[in-house]
Structures are given as structure tokens and as C-alpha cells.
Ligand binder design. Structure first.
Ligand code: ADP
Length: 444
């Protein structure tokens, strides 16, 4: 087993001492005896033995002390070398400045990040070398944080030797002497420019995707709108036109009943067109950006009772049931707008379910007011359920049933204005239930 270097050095030094001191004892003893000119024995001699013993003891002591000190020095040197190694290979920039912000140390990481060599920056003001810009805070705010916490971690822009801006995450702390007195600052800086660039690219890509999706949706709504216009407007206009032509050309030859029928046709189609225009303008007026939302506090129970009575009077093709599961359901809402919600859901239930089938409206009030409209009609295919609240969207199974696809878009906008929610549950051929949830003014 080989001996560690520091042990070898201690042993060698102590041996030199041992040999030197022993030779000195023997020489001085020989000189003394030579002068006395008597017979003399070098080694069987008390003085020499005493001296040798002393040298031996001090030799051992010297060896131990030397070994201890050399080991200590070796350890300190190894530690310094290790730390220097870390500073050498760490990818972050680590540098120290004095209290006047002049650069004291500059590691290879700093050379790599900023492009300046250590010999070019040591002793120079950090501000001039890196030209920092603080985008989020003023220098006074940073100083205040630094004074309070004795450290500052934050983002800033610094500049490369070639003038390029670098996004830096900095971690600054005080550099102190043995007594704890600040003598400067030490900074660990990480270059996050690539990461920032990547984040920006991802953000831009996301924005582009959203913009393209919005564009696609607008395009789709436009197409649906054109389809609705051509169908819902052209048919009534054709009827009006042909009725007018007939009346104009054959007025004399028509019976009063025939004439009346043509006039009724015209009136019916005009009403249809007026309703359609009403829906379009309602959709526009319930847009969240429109300021004509006028909420007041009222009770949904009598409100629903009145609405149902009115609808029952106007339409007797279905059995309309009202189940009130609460005594009152006070909400803060715009009663005029909410009328469209109740009417639209019930008239849709009527439109999309067979004559004579029951339609059940339920009102509950627990933590919120919950209004349900349930029918046993044609149902809505799963693929369409998520989209029926989009303007002009109609499910794929409506066949010839007339409609503009605007009603539910209006309903959704009104419910949104009231901070409410609307859901649909449906099964094709079984029926549909729409559930509107609205916040109550007080717990029922
Ligand atoms: P429309 O004028 O077409 O009825 P809406 O916006 O009121 O427009 O409804 C959008 C679509 O949702 C309808 O075209 C229909 O496909 C579907 N829908 C709405 N209510 C019902 C229901 N009660 N039963 C089946 N389908 C419905």
C-alpha cells in the first residue's frame, strides 16, 4: 500500500532532521573527546544517548505535526481546486463585483454567455460591460428588495459583447468578508434567451391556431347564414311573389275565397319574415357587448305560470305540464329577455316532438334556480349536441322542419348575460331535455 504524498513529505523532512541532529550530536561529542585526548566510545556514552533520545522524541513529534499540517493544507487545496472546478465548468455566469460595481471575478460561464474574456472585464464597471435593462421593475425597486431580503432574484435583459440582447435570470447576493461586512456582490446569472424564444414561438403558434380556428368558425357561420337566408327568406319571398302575381293577373277571375287565401299567404309569409328579422336583431341585441340588459329582481314561479298559460292558449297541439318544485325562485334578471328563453325552449319542444305528446316544464330552486324543458320528440344526434347553440346551426335530423338555427344561440346569449348555464341531454328518437340554471338572489 503506497503512502499518501503528504505523509511521505512529512517523513522525509523529519528524517532529514533526525539524521542531521544525530550527526551533529556525534560530531560535537567527537570534537569534545578529541580535545580531551582520552579513549572514547561514541555510542556507549550517556551524553550521546541522552541527546539521541531527545532527537528521537522530537523527530516523532516533528513528523506528527508536519503530517497534520500537510494533511490540512492538502485538504484546503483540494477544496479550493474543487470549487475552482465548479466555477470552471458550471454553465451559469458567476461573477463578483465590489461595492462600486467593478468586476472582481469572471468565470468561464460568464465568458461563454457574454462573450467577454475575464481579462477584458476585470476591474471594469459591470453596467458598462453588460448594459442591463430591467423590464419589470425600476432599479430603485430592485434596490429596495435587495436591501430588505439581502438577495434579489429576477429577470432582466443584459447584452452580449456583440450587442445581442440576452434574457437573463439573475440571482444576486452580498459578498462578505470574514467579519460579515459586505464587500461587494456575487451574481449567478442564467441565460434563458433560447427558452424565451421557444415560449414566444409556442405562444405565437397558439395565437395563430386560435385565429385560424376563429376564421374557420366565422366562415362556417357565414356559410350557414347564407344557407339560412336562401332557404328561410327565399321561400316566403317566392310565395309572396307568386301570390302577388296571381292576384295581379287573375284578380277578376278569382273567387273572393281564393283572393283571401292569397292575401292570407302573403300576410303569413310577411309575419314569418318579420319574426326572422326579429330573431336576427335579438341575437345582435343580446350580444354581451350590448348595453341593453336591464335586470330587476322577480320571482320565476308566477313568471313561469303566466308564460305556460299563455303558450297553452296559443297552442293546443301538445300537453304542456308545469311542475313547480319550489314556492318561490327569486332571481335578478331581465324578464323581457328571459321570456325568449322560456318561449324558445317550449316552442322548440313543440316543433320537434309529435302532436299530442307531453312536454314537461319543471322549476326547482335549491342553491340555484333550475328550469327544465323536457319533450319526447325526435332528439338531437350526439355530434350536433355541442354545436346547436352556435348561430344558424341546425341538427342533421331536422329534415323539413322549418327553422333558422338562431333560437338557441339567442337563448345561450341571454343565459350567459344572466351568469347562468344551459345544458342539453338528448337521445335520438327518445326525446330532449334542456336545463337552464340561473343564480338566485337569496337561497330558497
Ligand atoms: P331552429 O330555428 O332550427 O329551431 P334553434 O336555434 O332553436 O333553431 O335550434 C337549433 C337546432 O337545435 C334545431 O335546428 C334542432 O336541430 C335542435 N333542437 C332544438 N331544440 C330541439 C328539441 N327540443 N328537440 C330536437 N332538436 C332540437
Amino acid at each position: 500500500m503506497s503512502m499518501p504524498t503528504h505523509n511521505r513529505i512529512a517523513l522525509r523532512t523529519a528524517l532529514i532532521y533526525l539524521i542531521g541532529a544525530e550527526l551533529w550530536i556525534l560530531l560535537s561529542d567527537w570534537l569534545v573527546w578529541r580535545e580531551a585526548e582520552v579513549e572514547h566510545h561514541f555510542f556507549v556514552n550517556t551524553e550521546v544517548l541522552k541527546g539521541s533520545l531527545f532527537v528521537l522524541v522530537t523527530w516523532v513529534a516533528l513528523y506528527l505535526v508536519l503530517r497534520y499540517q500537510l494533511r490540512l493544507r492538502h485538504k484546503t487545496e483540494a477544496q479550493s481546486a474543487y470549487q475552482a472546478n465548479i466555477l470552471q465548468y458550471v454553465s451559469d455566469a458567476i461573477f463578483a463585483v465590489d461595492l462600486e460595481r467593478h468586476i472582481l471575478t469572471w468565470n468561464p460561464g460568464a465568458e461563454r454567455i457574454y462573450g467577454w474574456r475575464a481579462d477584458e472585464v476585470i476591474g471594469k464597471p459591470i453596467r458598462e460591460m453588460l448594459r442591463p435593462v430591467y423590464p419589470d421593475m425600476t432599479i430603485e425597486e430592485i434596490s429596495a428588495v435587495f436591501q430588505e431580503k439581502q438577495t434579489w432574484i429576477g429577470e432582466l435583459i443584459q447584452h452580449h459583447k456583440d450587442g445581442r440582447p440576452l434574457h437573463i435570470v439573475a440571482n444576486v447576493s452580498y459578498l462578505r468578508d470574514d467579519t460579515g461586512k459586505p464587500i461587494g456582490m456575487v451574481t449567478v446569472n442564467r441565460d434563458v434567451s433560447d427558452q424565451k424564444r421557444l415560449e414566444k414561438e409556442i405562444l405565437e403558434k397558439e395565437k395563430l391556431t386560435v385565429a385560424l380556428e376563429t376564421e374557420r368558425r366565422v366562415q362556417e357561420i357565414r356559410t350557414r347564414f347564407m344557407r339560412m337566408i336562401s332557404h328561410e327568406f327565399r321561400t316566403p319571398l317566392t310565395i309572396i311573389n307568386s301570390s302577388y302575381d296571381l292576384l295581379k293577373s287573375y284578380n277578376e277571375r278569382m273567387s273572393p275565397e281564393q283572393r283571401m287565401q292569397k292575401l292570407d299567404n302573403i300576410a303569413e309569409q310577411v309575419t314569418h319574415l318579420r319574426d326572422l328579422m326579429g330573431e336576427v336583431s335579438l341575437l345582435l341585441s343580446t350580444d354581451p357587448t350590448m348595453p341593453n340588459f336591464a335586470p330587476t329582481e322577480f320571482d320565476l314561479v308566477p313568471y313561469c305560470e303566466d308564460q305556460i298559460t299563455e303558450i297553452r292558449r296559443a297552442c293546443d297541439t301538445h300537453t304542456l305540464n308545469l311542475l313547480l318544485n319550489c314556492d318561490s325562485a327569486r332571481i335578478n334578471g331581465d324578464s323581457k329577455l328571459l321570456r325568449h328563453v322560456v318561449n324558445n325552449l317550449i316552442y322548440n319542444a313543440i316543433k320537434y316532438s309529435p302532436e299530442g305528446s307531453p312536454i314537461t316544464v319543471t322549476l326547482e330552486a335549491d342553491r340555484t334556480a333550475v328550469l327544465r324543458v323536457k319533450d319526447l320528440g325526435i332528439g338531437i344526434p350526439d355530434v350536433d349536441c355541442a354545436r346547436i347553440f352556435e348561430p344558424f346551426y341546425r341538427a342533421t335530423n331536422v329534415n323539413d322542419t322549418p327553422g333558422s338555427g338562431l333560437g338557441l344561440a339567442i337563448v345561450k346569449q341571454i343565459v350567459d348575460l344572466h351568469q347562468g348555464k344551459i345544458d342539453v341531454q338528448s337521445q335520438v328518437g327518445v326525446g330532449t331535455t334542456f336545463t337552464v340554471t340561473l343564480p338566485l338572489t337569496t337561497a330558497a
